[in-house]
Design a protein. Structure first.
Lengths: 246, 246
DNA sequence: TAGTGGTCTAGACCACGAA
DNA sequence: TCGTGGTCTAGACCACTAA
């Protein structure tokens, strides 16, 4: 939470950051990194002696780690390494998702060009119909098998030189390099039957079941990607974790 | 965070809780409840004077509200009501989901009985095959139209007298009454074609696209519900918010 | 009984923002 | 310049846990 320097600074033997509570916090973080859940962290008074700071300062440091979910306090007993908290489904790209499933993602660009946004894409991207958008259509494979057809639409204004710079392997990596890695997304998911064209690319019969996923992906408050993905239902199941992180 | 009483207590004119920082916190919470985002909260020193407590105590109170996402501190300016944070998709029951969509949920029980858990259900519920489970199959309607067939499996041990007490309108409400409202779920979602039997209930042709959702719902660390739902794809689209809450 | 975390005091100086 | 939040001190008493 601290955003600028505090008051008295005198340099402490342990650690190397600027603020005292940050020093203590990072010292403890490093100390318990990799520890098994339930193992004891240093006591507050121990850290007071070690760092020569007030107990409130130590508590400020520990508070942050508790809020973070790294530590857990048990009154009368001590402070312990917490069991990692469950996290809701993160925003993953196809490549990241497949790698998490232990498969090798590949991608063939079917189309990559500048277009004028239609009304639907424009609304989703927060643009005006006719504005320039990047349309990128790819066939996605996993372990050499067709898995998905993905149409991504990107705001050209936010991504100058994107088409010229050669298409990246991972869209989300490229967006990350530009400081626009999506951290939030709104997905709509439903079921349908493969069209003739989809069937050809996905190597299934027309009318085979497919999972359709429409996404609006946000970085900060801006929509950076709108996409429609069509998955082979016989090869792909969406995995979701729902609920609060606490 | 506090789990028991603190030290000196002397009663303050404002508020009615036990701990000072809790008094301050709840006072501020009530004060800003319903305020528009961006409006100013009382300054820390203001609250110090109002409650006659140390500033650290006020900061402890405000810290909690900041972590909670209710307030936002801007150094040099003050403390303000924060814009509500985005929350990932919560765990909703069919009824709750439909009501959020502005539709009227209804439900017809097709089957409700005690069964011996098969291997799949047993594993998902954390039981041994052959253990007693409650199997509850319902046809779900929204605005009087067939929407979904749901098979729910419940751990009979956790829900004594469940079948005898008459089936509840909302499963999650009933679980909530027993202190076992699911707050976490793992869903698997894919697409398929309706079977003959499903087609009859859902009033579609056999082979129509359906969305299948398998759920493991948790209350605390215990699995309280395992379910398989089959939705008419022409009437139902899954809506998801992905990403971190911060 | 000793050690732990929970709460609280009454001050202090600092960096930043707005007037 | 004044008010804000950010940081920090050096103590204190309490309730609880475990030895």
């Amino acid at each position: 939470m601290p955003s600028y320097r505090g008051s008295v600074m005198e340099g402490v033997s342990v650690g190397a950051q600027s603020l005292k509570h940050v020093k203590v916090r990072e010292y403890v973080r490093a100390l318990v990194a990799g520890s098994i859940p339930g193992s004891a962290a240093p006591s507050e008074r121990e850290l007071v002696n070690l760092f020569g700071v007030a107990r409130m300062t130590v508590r400020q440091a520990m508070d942050a780690l508790v809020v973070e979910g790294l530590l857990e306090r048990i009154p009368g007993r001590g402070t312990f390494v917490a069991r990692p908290r469950r996290a809701p489904t993160p925003v993953l790209s196809f490549s990241e998702d497949m790698r998490r499933r232990g498969m090798l993602p590949e991608s063939v660009t079917l189309l990559a060009r500048l277009e004028q946004a239609g009304p639907g894409v424009a609304r989703a991207l927060g643009l005006t119909p006719g504005d320039a958008v990047i349309h990128w259509r790819r066939l996605r494979r996993a372990d050499a098998m067709p898995m998905c057809i993905e149409d991504a639409y990107l705001n050209e204004i936010l991504l100058p030189g994107f088409l010229q710079s050669g298409m990246p392997v991972s869209l989300y990596d490229e967006l990350g390099d530009r400081g626009m890695r999506p951290t939030w997304a709104e997905d709509n998911v439903n079921a349908d039957l493969a069209t003739e064209e989809e069937a050809v690319h996905l190597e299934v019969d027309a009318g085979a079941p497919v999972l359709r996923q429409q996404r609006r992906a946000f970085a900060e408050e801006k929509v950076v990607e709108v996409s429609r993905s069509t998955f082979r239902a016989d090869r792909f199941t969406l995995r979701l974790q729902l609920g609060q992180s606490e």
